[in-house]
Design a protein around this ligand. Structure first.
Ligand code: UDP
Length: 256
């Protein structure tokens, strides 16, 4: 699709695409049979992938992986050894919004899986308001037992969903989609982290300028300091160390 070289981070090839290029790929998938899943990576997800080989393999096997965080984009630009500087950040919320608009236009059915019962109901309600012609095939919370996963997947299939958005946080949403996604009958699925809470109006998304400066984490930290301080403050330092390891590993690969 593109001649731009894609960098590898934590053993995962991150697609070097713009939002429009990613959307073109997804648009084609929606027309074709088969299940395709997309995932996004940011600093916290890459650290987890480095630590957890199952998660890493799950991400590496996704049909499309893009960088959701500015720090990951910058890292690929500063460290050419990683295989190529990313042209853009392609976030899960931006992809979801664009795919929803497309589904509304083309009559594809969408399913929302994740967050609390109240949040997913509110998110679905607000989406119906914003996209009046959108067919929301169904919505359910993300707090079910692992043992109920097959039933959840079958319910999505019964709802005849074409596109599936899963907001259960990482790594749960990615692992769930890899395992049960094909049973849902959807043709495209994407993990969107905490975005249903934002759609529901329970949490705010950072303003665009903060996103562009790579300060989205700072905005989220201000909203939920008690829950997130560890993730971000320790995580950011850990990400710098992670990049040093990646740099060394890339050098070893080049010499091998
Ligand atoms: N969540 C869920 N099931 C779970 C755990 C979490 O549906 O078992 C939801 C939670 O309600 C929230 C989202 O997953 O809406 C996780 O948000 P978070 O911001 O932690 O995700 P991130 O984008 O940071 O991965």
């Amino acid at each position: 699709m593109t001649a731009r070289p894609s960098p590898t981070l934590a053993g995962i090839s991150v697609a070097n695409v713009t939002l429009d290029e990613a959307l073109a790929r997804i648009a084609a998938w929606l027309e074709q049979p088969g299940f395709r899943r997309m995932a996004v990576v940011n600093a916290a997800i890459l650290l987890e992938a480095e630590r957890d080989s199952d998660f890493r393999a799950t991400l590496a096997a996704a049909d499309l992986v893009t960088a959701d965080g500015m720090s990951a984009v910058w890292a690929t630009r500063w460290l050419p050894r990683l295989g190529g500087g990313l042209v853009a950040r392609v976030t899960a919320p931006d992809v979801m919004e664009a795919v929803l608009a497309r589904c509304e236009r083309l009559g594809y059915r969408v399913y929302l899986l994740g967050a609390t019962t109240e949040a997913v109901a509110a998110a679905s309600h607000r989406l119906r308001h914003r996209f009046p012609a959108l067919a929301v095939a169904g919505a359910r919370d993300g707090y079910f037992a692992e043992a109920d996963s097959v039933a959840v997947a079958e319910a999505i299939r019964a709802a005849r969903a074409d596109a599936l958005f899963v907001a259960m946080g990482s790594p749960r949403q990615e692992l769930w989609l890899a395992r049960y996604g094909p049973r849902t009958g959807a043709r495209f699925a994407l993990g969107v982290g905490g975005y249903f809470d934002i759609l529901a109006g329970q949490r705010k998304r950072a303003p665009r300028w903060m996103q562009a400066c790579g300060l989205e984490w700072c905005f989220r930290l201000m909203q939920e300091p008690r829950r997130l301080w560890r993730r971000y403050l320790i995580g950011n330092a850990a990400f710098v160390l992670f990049l040093a390891r990646e740099w060394r590993r890339a050098g070893e690969r080049m010499r091998a």
